[in-house]
Design a protein around this ligand. Structure first.
Ligand code: DX5
Length: 214
């Protein structure tokens, strides 16, 4: 996979939220921008909703990662912002019918639909909808916080998904930096979410380029 195919997605959870627009301006060379929406119930942390990002000025496609117990209740506020992608977690939408309905509703609202798996959730949990989604997010940390360590065992899941779905966008998220990014790309991921490595760097443009060219 050529480096031009790799999408680099800074996670604003790790930005200085007191000056979010200025922070977002520093990562303009990225490909996407991810907003981690956390409800303090599905994950043990509370982050932000559409109100915090609605006035952001960016040319980057907005990628909404819903770490919430009731994603169906949250999608409209983000669809109203014309976001590019909305990802929900397989762990909270258990029936095929509900998953398909959520994916259809996200598509009907003009966004791409992604499904996320926590590190301990098996790929076959979502086998019923893998052909319907635009993005598969395989978490390489337990969701809820930035700055955690990369969980290596998820790489085998990425390899399995890539072999089965050569054209699917496979995103990885959590602990991705200049040492772990290559493992992700080699396993078959083509969209890398990075928070603390990018926002913790003095030269964020350089950090983004480093991830893209590994
Ligand atoms: C964790 C979030 C990640 C996190 C990434 O629950 O979904 O997007 O902010 O931060 P790092 O790259 O520091 O793991």
């Amino acid at each position: 996979m050529s480096t031009s195919d790799i999408i680099i997605t800074p996670s604003i959870l790790c930005a200085n939220l007191s000056c979010l627009q200025a922070e977002v301006d520093t990562v303009a060379s990225a490909d996407w921008l991810q907003a981690d929406v956390m409800d303090g119930h599905f994950v043990p942390n509370l982050s932000f909703g559409a109100a915090v990002i609605k006035d952001l000025k960016t040319d980057l496609p907005l990628d909404i990662h819903l770490m919430v117990t009731n994603p169906a209740d949250r999608i409209q506020e983000f669809l109203d912002l014309n976001v590019a992608n909305i990802t929900f977690h397989a762990e909270v939408v258990s029936s095929t019918k509900d998953r398909k309905e959520l994916i259809e509703n996200i598509h009907a609202g003009g966004a791409k639909a992604g499904i996320a798996l926590n590190p301990e959730t098996a790929l076959d949990r979502v086998g019923d909808v893998l052909k319907d989604i635009d993005l598969l997010l395989i978490m390489s940390v337990h969701p809820g916080f930035g700055g955690q360590g990369f969980i290596d065992h998820v790489l085998s899941q990425v390899q399995t998904a890539r072999s089965a779905f050569p054209d699917l966008m496979i995103q990885m998220d959590g602990g991705i930096n200049d040492t772990t990014a290559k493992k992700c790309i080699d396993a078959g991921a083509n969209n890398l979410v990075s928070g603390s490595f990018i926002f913790g760097s003095k030269n964020r443009t350089m950090a983004i380029e480093t991830l893209r060219c590994l």
